[in-house]
Design a protein around this ligand. Structure first.
Ligand code: GLN
Length: 533
C-alpha cells in the first residue's frame, strides 16, 4: 500500500481538498485504485451537529456517516464510494481513547497524547488499509499546519511513515503564495515558514502545491526549492481557475503533479486517460445555452452550504449543453418583499434541505409560485416537505397545514415526525441516515427519468410525509409515486401534468458526478431549458 498525506499551510480555504481530490482523479485515471479520506482535528465526533455557518454542507455517505464536505469532492472526483471509516475527527479519536481507558484497556498506564492518541490515529490508517483493495490511500489533514489541534495527527503521521517505510509515504503540502499588490510581487515567506513548521515535527514535504492568483515563475520555484529543501519541479503551481473546479486535475497534470508523485512512490503507470474528463470540462466551459435556476434557501450567502446541490446543477447543465446560472435567493427576502421580485426572472426553482423554521413561509410561497405558474420545481428533503405543505394548504384547502417540526399544534400535520424518531433524545447521528431503497410507481415521471422503478438514494431527515393525508393530496393532484419498499415511508411526490414538479425526501445531490449527472437533476435542468423566456 502507498500513502499520500495532504497537509495545508498558511491559510484555510485554499483548495487543499480540491487539490487532493484532483490528485485522486489523476491517479485513478492512471489505472490505480485510489481511496480518499479526511482527518479533521476538531473535537466534534462528526460534523452532523454543526451549523452550516460553521462548516458548510454536511455530506452523507451510503452507510449514513455525516461527514465533511471534502468527502463530496472525493466522491465526485473519483469513483470510490466512501464509508464512515474515511472521515476521522479528534472527537472520535478521544471518544475511543476514553472508552478504552474506562474499560481498563491501558492496564494502569497514564493515558497521554503520545502514544495513546497518536496510536489511535495510526490504528485507523491500519484499519482502513486492512479493509480496502486500493493501491493507494490519499488522506487529507484538515486545518492548517501550526494549529494546536492538528499536532497529534502530524505526529502520528511522522511515526507512521517510519513504521511503513519512507518509500511508501509521500507528503503533499498545499499552501498560499500571496500577491502583494503594492510591490507587485508574489511572496514565498509564509510557505517557507509553514514548511519549517512541518519539518520541526519531522515531516518533510515531497511536493508543495502553491495556490496563487498569479503565475508562479522559475525564480519563485527556485527560492521555494532552496528554502523548503525540495526539487524545483516539485513546486507545483496551482493558479486560480476561471472556468470550473473540474479543471483542477488538468491544470495539476500540466504541472506534472501525478508523475512527480508516482515517481516518488515508485509507481510505474501509464499517463492518465483524461479524454472523458477533458470532454466534460469542455462541456461545462463552452455550453451552447444558459439557463437561470433559482435556489431558494436560508444559507444563501454561504458558498459551501449547498455545495453538492450547486455541483449537481453544474453536472446537469453540462449534460444538457447548458450553463446553469444559479440565482441564490434568500427565502427571508421573499417573505419580506414578495415572490415576484425574486422569482420572475428564473426559469426553474429548487428548494434544498434545511432545518429550523426561519424562512419557511418564504419557501412555501416560492413552491406555490412554481406550482401555479408552471415553473419547473425540484424539492429536496425539506423542499419536498415544503411542496407538500403548500399543496395541502392551497390545493386541498387544509388551512394551517404544516410540519410538526415548525408548528407542533398544527391542525393538519401533513409532515410529521418519523415513528422511529419519537424516542430519540441524542442529536448526534440520530436522524434517518444513509442509503435506503425506494420503489417508484411505473409510468411516473420519476421512474421515466431514472429508467427504473427501484432506486437507492441517501437520506438525512427526522420528519416524513404523513400518509393519513395521502388520498386527499392525491385526489387534488399531488401523487406519492415513491415509497420505501414496504410502502410506509413517503419518498417522492410529483404533480402529473405540470412541466416538472418533483420533490424527494432523499438527497440525490450526493450521487451526481461531473461525468454522470444525476437523472433527476438532468431532467430538471432540461425542463428549465424548455421553460426559458
Ligand atoms: N428538517 C427536515 C427533517 O428533519 C428536513 C431535513 C433535510 O432537509 N435534510 O425531516
Amino acid at each position: 500500500m502507498k500513502y499520500i498525506f495532504v497537509t495545508g499551510g498558511v491559510v484555510s480555504s485554499l483548495g487543499k481538498g480540491l487539490a487532493a481530490a484532483a490528485l485522486g482523479t489523476l491517479l485513478e485515471r492512471r489505472g490505480l485504485k485510489v481511496l480518499m479520506q479526511k482527518f479533521d482535528p476538531y473535537l466534534n465526533v462528526d460534523p452532523g451537529t454543526m451549523s452550516p455557518f460553521q462548516h458548510g454542507e454536511v455530506y452523507v455517505l451510503d452507510d449514513g456517516a455525516e461527514t465533511d464536505l471534502d468527502l463530496g469532492h472525493y466522491e465526485r472526483f473519483t469513483s470510490g464510494r466512501l464509508s464512515q471509516l474515511n472521515n476521522l475527527t479528534s472527537g472520535q479519536v478521544y471518544e475511543n481513547v476514553i472508552k478504552k481507558e474506562r474499560k481498563g484497556e491501558y492496564l494502569g498506564a497514564t493515558v497521554q497524547v503520545i502514544p495513546h492518541v497518536t496510536d489511535e490515529i495510526k490504528q485507523r490508517i491500519y484499519d482502513v488499509t486492512g479493509q480496502t483493495d486500493a493501491d493507494i490511500i490519499i488522506t487529507e489533514i484538515g486545518g492548517t499546519t501550526g494549529d494546536i489541534e492538528g499536532l497529534p495527527f502530524l505526529e502520528a503521521l511522522r511515526q507512521f511513515k517510519d513504521e511503513v517505510g519512507h518509500e511508501n509515504v509521500a507528503f503533499m503540502h498545499a499552501t498560499l503564495i500571496p500577491y502583494i499588490k503594492a510591490a507587485e510581487e508574489l511572496k514565498t515567506k509564509p510557505t517557507q515558514q509553514s514548511v519549517a513548521k512541518l519539518r520541526e515535527i519531522g515531516i518533510a514535504p515531497d511536493v508543495i502545491v502553491c495556490r496563487a492568483e498569479h503565475p508562479i515563475d522559475n525564480e519563485i520555484k527556485r527560492k521555494l526549492s532552496m528554502f523548503c529543501n525540495i526539487k524545483p519541479e516539485a513546486v507545483v503551481p496551482f493558479v486560480d481557475i476561471q472556468g470550473t473546479i473540474y479543471e483542477a486535475p488538468l491544470k495539476l497534470h500540466d504541472q506534472k503533479l501525478d508523475s512527480i508523485i508516482c515517481e516518488r512512490l515508485g509507481l510505474a503507470t501509464n499517463e492518465p486517460e483524461l479524454i472523458e474528463w477533458r470532454n466534460m470540462v469542455d462541456r461545462i466551459v463552452n455550453p451552447t445555452h444558459t439557463v437561470k435556476i433559482g435556489v431558494v434557501g436560508k444559507y444563501i450567502d454561504l458558498q459551501d452550504a449547498y455545495k453538492s446541490i450547486y455541483e449537481s446543477l453544474t453536472h446537469a447543465g453540462a449534460a444538457n449543453d447548458a450553463k446553469v446560472d444559479i440565482i441564490r435567493i434568500d427565502s427571508g427576502d421573499i417573505e419580506a418583499e414578495g415572490t415576484e421580485k425574486y422569482l420572475k426572472d428564473v426559469s426553474a426553482i429548487l428548494i434544498p434541505g434545511g432545518f429550523g423554521d426561519r424562512g419557511i413561509e418564504g419557501k412555501i410561497t416560492a413552491a406555490k409560485w412554481a406550482r401555479e405558474n408552471n415553473i419547473p420545481y425540484f424539492g429536496i428533503c425539506l423542499g419536498m416537505q415544503i411542496a407538500t405543505i403548500e399543496f395541502a394548504r392551497h390545493a386541498c384547502g387544509l388551512e394551517h397545514a404544516h410540519s410538526t417540526e415548525f408548528d407542533p399544534t398544527t391542525p393538519h400535520p401533513v409532515i410529521c415526525l418519523l415513528e422511529e424518531q419519537k424516542e430519540v433524545t441524542n442529536m448526534g447521528a440520530s436522524m434517518r441516515l444513509g442509503t435506503w431503497e425506494t420503489k417508484l410507481t411505473e409510468n411516473s415521471r420519476a421512474a421515466e427519468l431514472y429508467g427504473d422503478t427501484t432506486i437507492n438514494e441517501r437520506h438525512r431527515h427526522r420528519y416524513e410525509f404523513n400518509q393519513n393525508y395521502r388520498s386527499q393530496l392525491e385526489d387534488a393532484g399531488l401523487h406519492l409515486v415513491g415509497t420505501s419498499p414496504d410502502g410506509t415511508l413517503g419518498e417522492l411526490v410529483e404533480i402529473p401534468g405540470h412541466p416538472f414538479f418533483i420533490a424527494v425526501q432523499f438527497h440525490p445531490e450526493f450521487q451526481s458526478k461531473p461525468t454522470a449527472a444525476h437523472p433527476l437533476f438532468r431532467g430538471f435542468v432540461a425542463a428549465a431549458l424548455e421553460n426559458r423566456y
